[in-house]
Write a protein that binds this ligand. Structure first.
Ligand code: FRU
Length: 507
């Protein structure tokens, strides 16, 4: 008895010491910690989930393992923001239950109370997610992923699981997950877009509880290098015409390896999605933007957010006390080029509240510009943008005193943007990490229009008004403190701006 008690006291002490250590270690001042991107204060995150805008608040849930910095039984972590920039950590929204782990999914504001969950005029927020039964998976079953719902009557503070879960039962497809639900106004019904192994399946419902299968899409279309995951369906306007967009994440098989997100443009009539698109198109050609989906209930604005990592190495990146962050929220629009539609992405305008302008130049001879000296030495986070009338090769080199660097550039002969993290510091945790990633230049017009957002351990490139995007993470042994812009001799840049960005976290 006595020995048991001593053992218990020791165990409790160890837990206290361990958890206080973790708290002391995981801070927003960690060397690689993003300063203008969301990451949970400690431990593992992957996909963004349950993104809904309601009463002036953006909700961001995410795949979360609260006990360690590696993937584990999934919960939905929860954060909120009033400006898409500063985030408050909220209590965990959804815990695993008897149906399984809480895998990816979406959330909607059920304004008309179609679900009947709302009482006394309350608007329920309804989360739709995959219940992943790990035991069923281990037992070799095929039906271990099913779709469930939960609702909140206090604007996302607490969530109640629906008593009759699951609401969509698995017909025997191993990869059957990541429901994204949207309101289809023309048919006054909800549409669920579900990733079902090598295609997408659409379901419809009047009340979010009973769903009927409508159609399938994509078995023979697009890229099939891996399993389809985390789809999304939304509308964009181009010259007064409504275009439907279907985005689908896929792992592996992305253009530069591992995880990536492709998209299709076409028509949706409430039952079926059709496209006449011939080529495969990607939301982002970098290695680190995955599982991105859009916020619901944002009116005509389409705002997307991805997980800034790649399943190739997400579990072994050298951050230890926390692992995983999001991209910056991006506003998605559409353009017509070469008789085809292409998406564009730019960081949301809200991010500009972080600007601390250090340099604005016009008509500069780029080869005579000492950018590093002009901005007083590179430090992240920061944003560089520049434009020129003629197109040319260029490169931007971030470096440190340890001789490490990251290069971002454009190769005119190849018509390709690229990022190169071969010498970026810690790369040996995974062989596919250190290397060059390339992206096609989609824009047809001459001229350069570049925006780069740098954080402590990432860069996001938006080229040609966001027609080509690339997102890359990196882990230098010392912070990069030098920046160089290289262009051909005599090259004139019309406009260049450098902003230090203020951190979104309280010091
Ligand atoms: C995508 C994904 C989803 C799944 C979740 C599990 O990154 O594999 O398909 O729901 O992560 O954490």
């Amino acid at each position: 008895m006595k020995r048991n008690k001593v053992g218990l006291v020791l165990a409790i002490l160890m837990v206290i010491i361990y958890s206080s250590n973790v708290k002391a270690q995981a801070t927003y001042q960690d060397p690689y910690r993003p300063q203008v991107h969301f990451s949970p204060v400690a431990h593992w995150m992957n996909d963004p989930n349950g993104m809904v805008f309601y009463k002036g608040v953006y909700h961001l849930c995410y795949q979360y393992f609260p006990d360690a910095s590696h993937w584990g039984p999934m919960h939905w972590g929860h954060a909120t923001s009033k400006d898409l920039v500063h985030w408050n950590q909220e209590p965990i929204a959804l815990y695993p239950d008897s149906l399984g782990f809480i895998f990816s999914g979406s959330a909607v504001a059920d304004i008309h109370n179609t679900s009947g969950f709302g009482k006394n005029g309350q608007v329920p927020l309804v989360a739709i997610f995959t219940s992943h039964n790990a035991k069923g998976e281990q037992a070799g079953r095929n039906d271990f992923q099913n779709q469930s719902i939960a609702y909140s009557l206090d604007e996302g503070k607490t969530w109640t699981k629906y008593a009759n879960n699951p609401v969509v039962k698995n017909p025997g497809i191993r990869d059957f997950r990541d429901p994204k639900v949207t309101w289809y106004e023309a048919g006054k019904k909800w549409i669920m877009t579900l990733a079902t192994q090598d295609h997408v399946t659409f379901y419809a419902s009047k009340n979010l509880k009973e769903w009927v299968k409508e159609s399938e899409f994509g078995k023979e279309l697009g890229s099939h290098g891996g399993v389809w995951e985390c789809p999304d369906l939304f509308q964009l306007e181009y010259n007064g015409k409504s275009i439907w967009v279907l985005t689908v994440s896929m792992n592996p098989g992305a253009p530069n390896g591992g995880s990536g997100t492709q998209y299709f443009t076409g028509k949706f009539d409430g039952h079926q999605f059709v496209t006449d698109q011939k080529s495969t198109k990607w939301m982002d050609y970098g290695m680190d933007n995955y599982a991105g989906v859009t916020w619901s209930n944002t009116g005509k604005r389409v705002i997307s957010l991805g997980w800034m990592s790649n399943w190739l190495y997400a579990g072994v990146v050298p951050t230890e006390n926390w692992r995983g962050a999001t991209t910056v929220p991006r506003e998605i629009s559409i353009l017509k080029l070469k008789n085809d539609y292409y998406l564009t992405a730019k960081s949301v305008r809200e991010l500009e509240i972080l600007n601390d302008k250090k340099l604005a130049l016009e008509n500069v001879k780029a080869d005579q510009l000492d950018l590093n000296q002009k901005i007083g030495g590179f430090s992240s986070p920061g944003r560089l943008s520049f434009s020129a009338k003629t197109l040319t090769s260029f490169s931007i080199i971030l470096s440190n005193d340890a001789g490490e660097n990251v290069v971002i550039g454009y190769d005119q002969d190849q018509h390709q943007y690229y990022t190169d993290r071969t010498h970026s510091g810690k790369t040996d945790f995974e062989k596919s990490f250190g290397g060059k990633a390339i992206a096609p230049r989609i824009a047809e017009k001459d001229g350069l229009d570049i925006t780069l957002i740098f954080d402590k351990a990432s860069v996001e490139l938006f080229a040609d008004k966001g027609l080509t995007a690339m997102t890359e993470i990196f882990f230098p042994n010392q912070p990069f403190n030098h920046i160089q812009l290289k262009t051909p001799a005599g090259y004139i840049i019309d406009k260049l701006e450098w902003n230090n960005l203020n951190s979104i976290w309280k010091k």
